[in-house]
Design a protein around this ligand. Structure first.
Ligand code: HEC
Ligand code: HEC
Ligand code: HEC
Ligand code: HEC
Length: 192
């Protein structure tokens, strides 16, 4: 009887050790797969290489480099896992779509991808933007341009449902502004 209990305890302990190592390993994998280097390994020619995420998010007086995942993966473990699950699909698309990094494919699909990226961020109410720019919602920075101050104040004063999201006013904030897509998008907002 005693040996049986010892066996069970040992088994449980072994289970815990294996479980913990597995979790540790997946945390490492998860983090590795959120680095800019990882994103750019597939999006090689999507004009998203480091000199493209526009000026202020790469080079600014604050010395902060905003990573791809800072904007594209909203805060919270739920959003993180959802993004990772979506990532699995992208791995397959990437593997079986040899044209992914060609100019032709990118030109043809950029609007569609931008639309999808935008709608993913919109679903989280631009949470990733607000995570860093929290003061835009509550206590506007003192040195903000008067026009920007006025516009944000006006927007903040509206009810939460009527407020316009950051990304709809700041289209192309990190990537080269896609005029053709932006015009189309503005029209589709107007028509809704
Ligand atoms: C294994 C290759 C691969 C990696 C790594 C990768 N992507 Fe992608 N990504 C793709 C493919 C393929 C698509 C196009 C999917 C489609 O057409 O449905 C895509 C699409 C996108 C889009 C467009 C919107 C969407 O959801 O389809 C965004 C934004 C994006 N990726 C951001 C990222 C970020 C940020 C990272 C790093 C955390 C990353 N990607 C890492 C292959 C990859
Ligand atoms: C990891 C933090 C971080 C995230 C996430 C982030 N930003 Fe920023 N943002 C910054 C920093 C730092 C600056 C530069 C501030 C400076 O130089 O004074 C900046 C600058 C800006 C500016 C002013 C300059 C310009 O390029 O027009 C705008 C607008 C802006 N961000 C909007 C956004 C939006 C919209 C999002 C979400 C899609 C976002 N930011 C996500 C940190 C962040
Ligand atoms: C109704 C449109 C609108 C909305 C919504 C909006 N902005 Fe702006 N924002 C502007 C305009 C216009 C400017 C001034 C021009 C510029 O810098 O792009 C500005 C400027 C900024 C700046 C630079 C401020 C400075 O010091 O001059 C930041 C940072 C910024 N916005 C972040 C955000 C964030 C984060 C959100 C979401 C919480 C947001 N904005 C929502 C229109 C908007
Ligand atoms: C400051 C926030 C921010 C950062 C940093 C950022 N993105 Fe984006 N990204 C966006 C937004 C917002 C969109 C939606 C379209 C738009 O407004 O430009 C987008 C669109 C995209 C798209 C769709 C196609 C396109 O060209 O518009 C891809 C792919 C993408 N991002 C990948 C990346 C990768 C890879 C990185 C890192 C090298 C990155 N993004 C860094 C905010 C960001």
């Amino acid at each position: 009887m005693k040996t049986k209990i010892v066996q069970i305890v040992l088994l449980l302990l072994a289970g815990c050790v294996i479980g913990a190592s597995f979790m540790g390993l997946s945390v490492v994998v998860m983090h590795k797969t959120s680095s800019d280097k990882y994103c750019i390994s597939c999006h090689t020619n999507h004009s998203l290489v480091p000199d493209n995420p526009q000026f202020s998010h790469l080079y600014n007086s604050k010395g902060i480099t905003v990573k791809c995942a800072d904007c594209h993966i909203a805060p919270g473990i739920g959003n993180y896992l959802k993004a990772k699950a979506g990532g699995f699909k992208d791995v397959f698309t990437y593997m079986f779509n040899g044209d992914f990094n060609t100019k032709e494919w990118i030109d043809k699909h950029r609007s569609e991808l931008a639309e999808k990226a935008l709608s993913d961020i919109a679903k989280t109410s631009s949470a990733s933007c607000i995570e860093c720019h929290s003061k835009i919602k509550s206590d506007l920075p003192k040195d903000m341009e008067p026009l920007a101050r006025e516009i944000h104040q006006y927007n903040n004063a509206k009810s939460v449902e009527d407020q316009k999201q950051c990304i709809y006013c700041h289209r192309g904030v990190a990537h080269h502004y896609n005029k053709e897509w932006a015009t189309k998008h503005t029209e589709s907002i107007k028509n809704n």
